[in-house]
Ligand binder design. Structure first.
Ligand SMILES: C[S@@+](CC[C@H](N)C(=O)[O-])C[C@H]1O[C@@H](n2cnc3c(N)ncnc32)[C@H](O)[C@@H]1O
Length: 374
């Protein structure tokens, strides 16, 4: 029997948050943590594309931004990536910096939960500190740039609904055929009600929603690690709470699985083989920032963020001149369009920029939208 199903059976009945933790991070069988020899989860050969794996222009744009920030500050920054996967983003970013790396980046830290993935990062990227969690890295000196792509949407969620006027939680239990099934019950922890009250979330009868009460504290801890001055760029799927929990827009929640680039509706089937994700409530990250003494920040669609930070200048050179493109250049252009156009990733993915101290002031001067006629 599947190790995760066995573990759920042993425990009797678990909240969906506990199931998601097991399905993604069980040491031997979790989707992100089980040992892998073939392709990893993210990328064309895996189960889903992320912005960094969709086009190298993404990492180059962030690399250029880090260079501009370091120049504005007059000193190199500590660059931190959270949930670095196999290191594809970091590899492309460091290649883009090339010999200019010391002027922009004094230290590179990457935190990644999967041991197999940490080994691949260490192979791919020279002179980087690879750790299982940020708490394991020594404190930084000077300004920090913290970057995370699709980290928070991979953190466990509770799944809740309203039934006969009362709040109910979805639990997971083993069935008689060696699989798993849903079971509704009373909320597993008082923290769920407190979270809904604090966030002003009220669900209507039959509405299903996912909540992540831990995200605020996790994010605050990441920002506190940065010390007194930093910029955080968090890239994820999600919305502010008022939109995420609006019953007219999203009555069934946002929980989905991904496998071989296809949506998987049954997130309980084949645990450990399927990615499971639910949208981020960006209010959680704004509250976490406030708790840590950071600015709550600015949320932008990915396409606008990349355009504002000069991604168009990184398109194949002949695009600007309207000259004929080679097949490779057409391919590269197609990849970038995915990130920039206001359909799909360009608008569904958001970038939350937050900061504290001098790096935040310097970033705000760089984050100026191009004139409307540019
Ligand atoms: C959806 S993948 C994104 C990978 C990569 N950032 C990208 O955009 O292609 C999420 C990654 O975050 C990692 N992760 C999840 N929780 C983590 C944590 N608390 N600390 C470090 N890594 C974590 C997972 O192991 C996984 O590699």
């Amino acid at each position: 029997m599947n190790a995760i199903v066995t573990e759920v059976k042993r425990r009797g009945r678990v909240s969906f948050a506990t199931f998601m933790e097991l399905a993604l991070y069980h040491p031997q069988a979790g989707y992100y943590t089980r040992p892998r020899t073939g392709p990893g989860p993210a990328g064309a050969c895996g189960d889903f594309l992320t912005a960094p794996t969709a086009s190298p222009v993404f990492a180059r744009t962030i690399g250029t931004l880090v260079q501009q920030l370091a120049a504005a500050l007059g000193e190199a920054v500590t660059f931190v990536e959270l949930g670095g996967g196999e290191g594809m983003f970091l590899e492309a970013l460091l290649a883009h910096l090339g010999t200019q790396r010391p002027a922009a980046v004094r230290r590179v830290v990457v935190a990644e939960a999967g041991a197999w993935a940490r080994a691949r990062i260490a192979e791919r990227c020279r002179d980087v500190e690879v750790v299982a969690g940020l708490a394991k890295a020594r404190w930084p000196e000077g300004p920090v740039v913290l970057f995370a792509s699709e980290l928070y949407d991979a953190l466990p969620v509770h799944r809740i609904t309203v039934q006969d006027g009362a709040l109910a939680e979805f639990f997971v239990e083993a069935d008689e055929r060696g699989g798993l099934r849903w079971r509704l019950g009373e909320p597993s922890a008082p923290g769920i009600l407190t979270y809904l009250g604090d966030c002003g979330i009220s669900l209507v009868e039959g509405q299903v929603a996912e909540i992540r009460p831990t995200a605020r504290e996790v994010h605050a801890a990441h920002l506190r690690w940065c010390g007194h001055g930093g910029l955080a760029l968090v890239l994820d799927y999600g919305h502010p709470g008022r939109r995420l929990y609006d019953p007219r827009a999203r009555r069934g929640g946002s929980l989905v699985g991904y496998r071989h680039h296809a949506l998987v509706a049954d997130v309980l089937g084949d645990p450990g083989e399927t990615d499971i994700t639910a949208h981020v409530n960006f209010d959680d990250l704004e509250r976490g920032a406030a708790d840590a003494g950071w600015e709550r920040g600015v949320l932008r669609p990915l396409g606008s963020f990349l355009t504002m930070h000069g991604a168009l200048a990184l398109l194949p050179a002949r695009v600007a001149g309207g000259e004929p493109l080679s097949p490779d250049e057409w391919g590269a252009l197609g990849e970038v369009k995915r990130l920039l156009l206001p359909t799909g990733m360009g608008s569904d993915l958001k970038v939350l920029a937050q900061g504290r101290g001098r790096p935040w002031q310097a970033y705000q001067r760089l984050a100026t939208s191009p004139p409307a006629d540019a």
